[in-house]
Design a protein around this ligand. Structure first.
Ligand code: ATP
Ligand code: MG
Length: 354
């Protein structure tokens, strides 16, 4: 049995704990604000469920055990968009054109990146927070200077993500590319896997393999991409299990959570086999509806959080043996949900070409 201490105790930490049970791993998510510190023994493995963290007694204590902390150096590079993007450039991996923000006025940035461009905080942003769309007329406040990057707006056809894993001996495996719908910067749904993007799988795997090897990475690493014609541009990387990989809980013979635990603990990995097609719907600001459980193929994950506007409180995986059998359960669930789930339903219908 391995003991795996997780920095963070949100839903990702809880799902890691759940996945640890059949592996007989004792997975211990840590509340960062806790006043009691876990005693770390030399065989413990440390990992994260988040890439940004404040300095607290708990995070200081875990960082003190750097040699047992999986991927700590890689996480430090990836948790700053500037160093993350610089690494992508260094490895010749295509990404949205970008530059660090210093004192440049919006007019100069508009000349470099086009009429409409995006500012992103270097660290701490998630679900589209910490971002601002700009034009040449935007006044860029001091709060963005030195703390952000600018990015060109990408006119993408779709967003996809690849969840990959690397074990202690350097073997790499990947799930199929998943297609993602974001609304207002927040992930709302993921679909795996779409035949029309299978031709992009090897391009995506090549990119992620370079990164996994560059970081001598051990565990699950997620890569979000924009699809532009036949080309993938990396949007961002997440050095952890990722929301766009939740579909693997219902759609693969082992989930991304199990994959991560196996990789960090030295348990062998194998090529994950997928089972049919899976649609993952994020539950954002909606109350639990017991009717979801009555839909065949649905698997509900409820995080036990208070429901608030824009807050992710759970997700539903709907699995079916083929596309045609996903449309009905997806419509049953989505048509009873409030706005903007009508947009999610439209997106699903378009993907399934109904
Ligand atoms: P996450 O919650 O995944 O960590 P995030 O808030 O850190 O997300 P991004 O993934 O960088 O931020 O951006 C959120 C979304 O905003 C993207 O998924 C995409 O829909 C849109 N977006 C980001 N960058 C661009 C860009 N350069 N051009 C067009 N759209 C973009
Ligand atoms: Mg993102």
């Amino acid at each position: 049995m391995s003991r795996i201490v997780v920095l963070g105790d949100g839903q990702l930490g809880k799902m890691l704990k759940h996945a640890g049970m059949p592996l007989n791993h004792d997975v211990l998510p840590q509340n960062l604000d806790s006043e009691s510190l876990i005693a770390i023994s030399p065989n413990d493995i440390l990992t994260v469920e988040r890439e940004h963290w404040p300095t607290t007694a708990v995070t200081d204590h875990l960082e003190d055990h750097a040699s047992q902390f999986a991927n700590l150096d890689a996480i430090r590079v990836m948790n700053d968009r500037k160093t993350q993007k610089a690494t992508l450039d260094h490895l010749n991996i295509s990404t949205a054109p970008w530059a660090p923000i210093d004192q440049q006025p919006a007019t100069e940035l508009a000349q470099q990146f086009g009429q409409r461009f995006l500012l992103k905080k270097r660290s701490g942003g998630y679900d589209g927070r910490g971002q601002m769309w700009c034009t040449a007329e935007t006044i860029i406040d001091a709060e963005w200077q030195g703390t952000s990057i600018a990015e060109a707006a990408i006119g993408f056809e779709e967003e996809v993500s690849l969840v990959g894993m690397r074990d202690a001996t350097g073997n790499v495996f990947f799930y199929p590319l998943a297609t993602n719908l974001h609304i207002d910067g927040q992930l709302m749904a993921t679909f795996a896997d779409l035949p029309k993007y299978r031709s992009l799988q090897s391009q995506a795997e090549e990119m992620l393999t370079k990164l996994l090897e560059h970081f001598d990475y051990r565990g699950v690493l997620a890569m979000e991409c924009f699809v532009v014609g036949e080309q993938l541009l990396v949007n961002e990387l997440a050095p952890r299990v990722h929301n766009s990989g939740h579909w693997t809980q219902a759609g693969a013979h082992f989930s991304q959570f199990e994959a991560h635990l196996r990789a960090v603990s030295g348990t062998p990995l194998s090529q994950p086999k997928t089972v049919g097609n899976t649609l993952m719907i994020n539950l954002v600001g909606v109350d639990l509806d017991p009717a979801w459980y009555a839909v065949s193929g649905s698997q509900v994950w409820w995080y036990g959080k208070e429901v608030r506007t824009a807050r992710k409180v759970g997700h539903i995986n709907i699995n079916a043996d083929d596309f045609s059998n996903l449309a009905d359960p997806a419509s049953t669930i989505l048509s009873t949900m409030p706005k903007p789930y009508d947009e999610v339903l439209d997106w699903v219908k378009e993907l399934l070409a109904i």
